[in-house]
Design a protein around this ligand. Structure first.
Ligand code: B3K
Ligand code: ZN
Length: 875
């Protein structure tokens, strides 16, 4: 990269000098070429500074510009690399623009592109400018119509936003269809699809009695895999009416599945476009986790219709306004559809594994960033998942009803507008008459806050004092952090394991057994009265804030919480703390050359969980899981991934051996005869037990896994078996993998699982297998799902990506370059594997840095450039 790409700053926001009232688009689709005509009704924006010229964003091949009926010569406009400036325009005018696109050669999958011969668009955040010239920013909201003209046989489906208002034949072969979207929207919500697709059709009657047509479009061969997605749509529609009073607003709601897609899905108005991964699901090809993913993403995109589309973002720095809120909404929906406790723990696991490292690394940013080079780089775990935690904290502070009041006011004030995160916070504050000034820091400060908590019991006074101290490490560009407003939910357990009613100093009576404390200062103390004996504190119940918690509890107290805490999250968390303590100690032992030995109390705690016959199996499986190797990397300043791996494997093997009988019993007791969706938890627990047993030197678990793999009637059990075999050097592994690939070669989504199994394996030859998979007939470097399955998974394979000889790093850097030449947004997600280079021990650190420097010297997209340069800036 010779030219330094331009940095955009949040504080530079200015309204546009012009606004667009109407956009009439026409797509004329031919074999190699698509011609796009756009007719814009433009008016001067009285609220903005005057400008004689109109500047539009765009990079498509321009074939014509007409202003108020007059074709403009090149003297009247200036075509830059990514702008079109029309000189000296009147106050109100009609601008007609013609462009020509070659969708088949668009490998970026942004703008208009082809996938398996069909055409799709992806516009968020800045793809519309690859289609035509426009003020391509979210605060320009216009009414759109779309006319599509194409061969009726090659493109029987012709879809766009809004309601279909007409269709007909242009000549014998070519058909036209016209769509009108009555709602104003920004260009990023535009969508057009044309292709050989068919639909499953259904309907939904809204709470006010309107009938909405529902359609899920796929390639014909996939129509047998959309029944579950259709049910999910209806559940989501109903849930949003009941929980938030929000109703769908068009006559038709369409979902289209496409196999080539950069992310999960896209909430285009009335026409959501989905990665097949989040639509297609039936028991033979999708795991229980896949089903949950489909339900969650379907809900997420549907919920965007209000949080994102009806009320949108003023500028891209406000992305969390729609994403954090919509993730929170989909999390709540999933909690209501499945198990609230399990869902919460899974979400926290994801946050810790992916967002905490991001927040501690070179690309750390607040949920509302201050600057970016490439907006696509900011669809991050921080904006989405930490953003959702921030929204959740409003609900924790205000209660469900208070939160709902805030939401109602937000829609009342801002429906049809493009607004900011501050507007959302103001609605929450005003609707509840509370002060949320300090809470604003959650939007501006990056980094994970740390809470250090100490408890002290005074037997004579019968009081319990909690001393809470908050801090936050510096992050790039932010060294001094201010104390935040942190809701700390807690309970106190009496010696019988029951919750004590809590009475804070100054209160007359004891009340609830869970309280939310407002932690606002750097150091704060809370005094509880009438505490009969020394309690065990249960802190951060339901994970009430996205913080790291340090608390001085003994191993015995942690085991007590694991057994008794009434809050499921806190029970699980106590187990995680205990595991962390053991793993850290063993890492220290190993590094000091001491022999490794697993403490007996740890095995006993696991045994107690395994023997608990009352617990929900899905929860039990979570209780039996250790923190991941990725998480372990974060615990040390000069982490040794090999040592972490060895220690974690040691613990797993010891637990497998010591509790061999219990694991076996768990495996047997949770067998399910025929497939029922509601047995998901039992399948998870059974397969967890199988994976543990396969660590033993016994032959039967491998045989059992092989038999399960070959005979299971559902994908969860096939994958469960393959995961149990994945790291084994026994013949069963190779046999089963080969049989699996043979059986599923024609199913791209299942082949993604196959590639992910190769890339996550711990066997010594894992990298070789990944390298040869690049040439597998089912692999394509142009397909994002394949790249994520094989290459991103490999980047998370702690043992092999971090191989001591640097082979993993070299391989990954080569792949980043190969992908970057085709699809910068996907490449940029791969290169993130290097983000923790400063965390690892010096030898690997040097190897990683050398690869980053090699990348920096190459010709890079601005996407990858931004990530690589942020990594090297911290050197
Ligand atoms: N809003 C889209 C994400 C677009 C990402 C562009 N790189 C999907 C979602 O969050 O629902
Ligand atoms: Zn979203």
């Amino acid at each position: 990269m010779t030219l330094q790409p331009q940095v955009k700053y949040r504080n530079d926001y200015l309204p546009t000098p012009f606004l667009v009232d109407r956009v009439d688009l026409k797509f004329d689709i031919e074999d190699e070429l698509t011609r796009v005509s756009s007719r814009l009704v433009i008016n001067r924006n009285e609220a903005a500074a005057h400008s004689a010229d109109l500047v539009l964003d765009g990079s498509a091949r321009l074939t014509g510009v007409v202003l108020d009926g007059q074709t403009l010569g090149p003297d009247r406009y200036l075509l830059g690399e990514d702008t079109l400036t029309v000189k000296d325009v009147p106050d109100s005018f009609i601008l007609e623009i013609e462009t020509e696109l070659s969708p088949a050669s668009n490998t970026s999958l942004m703008g208009l592109y082809a996938s398996n011969g069909n055409l799709f668009t992806q516009c968020e955040p800045e793809g519309f400018r690859k289609i035509t010239y426009y003020m391509d920013r979210p605060d320009v909201m216009a009414k759109f119509t779309t006319t599509i003209v194409a061969d009726k046989v090659k493109f029987p489906a012709m879809l766009s936003n809004g309601n279909k208002v007409g269709e007909g034949m242009v000549d014998k072969k070519r058909r036209w269809v016209k769509w009108v979207d009555p709602y104003r929207k920004p260009s990023y919500l535009f969508a057009m699809v044309a292709g050989k697709l068919t639909a499953l059709k259904d309907k939904f009657v809204t709470m006010s009695g309107r009938t909405v047509a529902l359609e899920i479009w796929t390639e014909p061969a996939d129509q047998d895999k959309v029944v579950f997605a259709m049910e999910a749509v209806k559940h989501a529609m109903k849930w949003d009416e009941e929980r938030f009073g929000l109703e769908y607003d068009l006559d038709i709601y369409m979902i289209v599945a496409v196999g080539d897609f950069n992310m999960g899905a896209m909430e285009n108005k009335g026409l959501n476009i989905f990665n097949t991964k989040y639509v297609l699901a039936r028991q033979e090809t999708a795991t229980d986790v896949d089903f949950e993913g489909v339900e969650a993403v379907i809900a997420h995109e549907y919920f965007h219709n209000w949080t994102g589309n009806r009320v949108t973002c003023r500028d891209w720095f406000q992305l969390s306004l729609k994403e954090g809120l919509t993730v929170f909404r989909d999390q709540e929906f999933s909690a209501d559809m499945t198990s609230r406790a399990v869902k919460r723990i899974e979400d926290v696991q994801g946050l810790r594994a992916m967002q905490f490292p991001e927040d501690a690394g070179p690309t750390a940013h607040p949920i509302r960033p201050d600057s970016y080079i490439e907006m696509n780089n900011f669809y991050t775990m921080t904006v989405y998942e930490k953003g959702a935690e921030v929204v959740r904290m409003y609900q924790t502070l205000l209660g469900r009803d208070g939160f709902r009041k805030g939401m109602d006011l937000y829609f009342k004030r801002h429906d049809g507008h493009a607004v900011t995160c501050d507007d959302f916070r103001a609605a929450m504050a005003d609707a509840n008459d509370v002060d949320l000034e300090q809470f604003a820091l959650w939007y501006s400060q990056a980094g994970t806050p740390v809470l250090d908590v100490k408890g002290q019991y005074d037997a004579a006074a019968r009081t319990y004092r909690l001393d809470v101290c908050q801090s936050c490490s510096s992050t790039p560009g932010q060294s001094d952090k201010l104390p935040m407003h942190i809701p700390l939910a807690l309970g106190l357990l009496g010696s019988d394991g029951q919750d004590l009613p809590l009475k804070l100093a100054g209160e007359a009576e004891a009340g609830a057994t869970t309280r939310v404390l407002d932690v606002k200062r750097a150091e704060e103390s809370f005094l509880f009265l009438d505490v009969p004996s020394e309690p065990v504190p249960s802190l951060l119940r339901e994970f009430s804030a996205p913080v790291r918690l340090n608390v001085d509890l003994t191993d015995v107290q942690l085991a007590f919480l694991m057994a008794h805490d009434s809050d499921a999250f806190a029970r699980w968390e106590a187990g995680q703390m205990l595991s962390q303590r053991v793993l850290r100690q063993l890492v220290a032992d190993h590094q000091a050359g001491r022999a490794l030995a697993l403490p007996a109390h740890f095995t006993a705690a696991f045994a107690a969980v395994l023997k608990d016959s009352l617990a929900d199996p899905a929860f039990k499986a979570l209780m039996l899981g250790l923190p991941s190797e990725g998480e372990m990397l974060e615990w040390f300043d000069a982490a040794d991934p090999a040592c972490n791996h060895l220690v974690r494997e040691f613990v797993l093997k010891q637990l497998a051996q010591a509790l061999r009988g219990e694991w076996r019993q768990t495996f047997e007791l949770n067998q399910t005869r025929e497939y029922r969706p509601e047995d998901a938890g039992r399948r998870t627990l059974k397969n967890h037990a199988l994976a543990m047993l396969s660590r033993l030197d016994d032959a039967w678990p491998l045989e059992a896994a092989k038999s399960q793999c070959l005979h299971a009637d559902n994908m969860s059990d096939q994958m469960g078996a393959l995961l149990a075999l994945r790291d084994s050097d026994a013949a069963e592994r190779a046999d089963c993998l080969a049989a699996f690939a043979d059986r599923w070669i024609g199913d791209p989504l299942v082949m993604d699982k196959y590639f992910a199994l190769l890339a996550s394996s711990q066997i010594p030859s894992a990298l070789e297998h990944v390298q040869s998979a690049l040439a597998h007939p089912a692999f394509s470097i142009k397909n994002p799902n394949k790249v994520y399955a094989l290459l991103r998974t490999f980047g998370r394979n702690m043992a092999h990506f971090h191989a001591a000889d640097g082979s993993g790093y070299r391989f990954m850097a080569d792949q980043v370059l190969a992908v970057d030449a085709l699809n910068p947004s996907v490449a940029s997600r791969l290169v993130a594997a290097f983000n923790r280079w400063k965390k690892v021990e010096p030898q690997r650190r040097a190897l990683m840095k050398a690869e980053l420097e090699r990348l920096a010297a190459a010709k890079l997209s601005k996407d990858v450039f931004e990530i690589v340069s942020k990594n090297l800036e911290q050197a």
